[in-house]
Write a protein that binds this ligand. Sequence first.
Ligand code: NAP
Length: 255
Amino acid sequence: MPHRILILGGTIEARQLAGRLAARPDVDLTLSLAGRTENPVAQQVPTRVGGFGGAEGLAAYLEGIKADLLIDATHPYAARISDNAAEAARLTGVPILALRRPGWERQQGDRWTEVNDAANAAVALGRTARRVFLALGRQDVGVFEAAAQHHYLLRSVDPVEPPLGVPHVDYLLARGPFDEADERRLLIEHGIDVIVSKNSGGEATYGKIAAARALGIEVVMIRRPVLPAVPSAAGILELLAMVDHSLRPVAERGV
Ligand code: NAP
C-alpha cells in the first residue's frame, strides 16, 4: 500500500516538495491549498483547495484519507494553519513534519526597523508622508488605511479588492520571484523611501531586501510569528530524509 501524505502548501517549497514526492510510486500524495490566489501556479499533483474548518476539520480529513503523514509546508507567517496542523496531528496521532524556511539575517548596511505586526509597521512609518513600498499580501494591507498620509506602492498577485482606502496608492500586479536588479529599478522608479516586508526568508523575495541595502532604504520588517514546535527541516532535501525515516517501519528504524 502506498503511504498517504497530505502536504499543506501555498509556498514554492511546498510545490517543489510535492513534485518530488508525487514522483514516488510508494507515495499517494495530496497537496492542500488555502485558495487565496485566484490562479495558482499549475500543479502536476493531486490538489485540493479550501479550508478544513479548523484543527478538528483537519483531523477529520486526515482520518478520512487514512493519512500516514502530515507535512506542514505553509508560509512562515501562516501561523493559524500551522497551529491547526500541530493540533490535528495531536488529535489523530498522525505524524507531522514541518518545512520551516529560515528567516533572513540582518547584514551590514541593512536599515531594518523590526516590529511585531502590520499594525505596528503602519505606526513605525511615522507621521510625515513617505513613499512606501508595501511588499505584503493583500490580506495584510488594510491596517495601512490608518496611516493615510503616505503614498503607497502595493504589489500583489491578485487585485486588491476593495481598493485600499487611502488617497495615494499605486497598484502593481506581479508574481515572484523578483531579482535584485529589477527590485532596485522599481524602488528608484517609484522614489521609495521605505519598504514594509515580512521576514519571509528564501531567495524568491530577497531581491528587495538586497536592493534596499544597496540604496540605503529603510525596511520596516515584521517579525515572524511563533510557530508550534514540531519536528522540522530547513530545506527540501533534509525534509525528504525525514519523510523516509518517518515512513520506514518502526522495527527497521529502531525507535
Ligand atoms: P493562516 O492565517 O495560517 O490560515 C487561515 C486559514 O486558512 C486556516 O485556518 C485554514 O482554514 C486555511 N488554510 C491556510 N492554509 C491552508 C492550506 N494550505 N490548505 C487548506 N487550508 C488552509 O494562513 P494565511 O496566512 O491566510 O495563508 C494562506 C495560505 O497562503 C497558506 O497556505 C500559506 O502557505 C500561503 N501564503 C501565506 C503567506 C503569508 O504571508 N501569510 C505568504 C505566501 C503564501 P481552516 O481553519 O478552515 O482549515
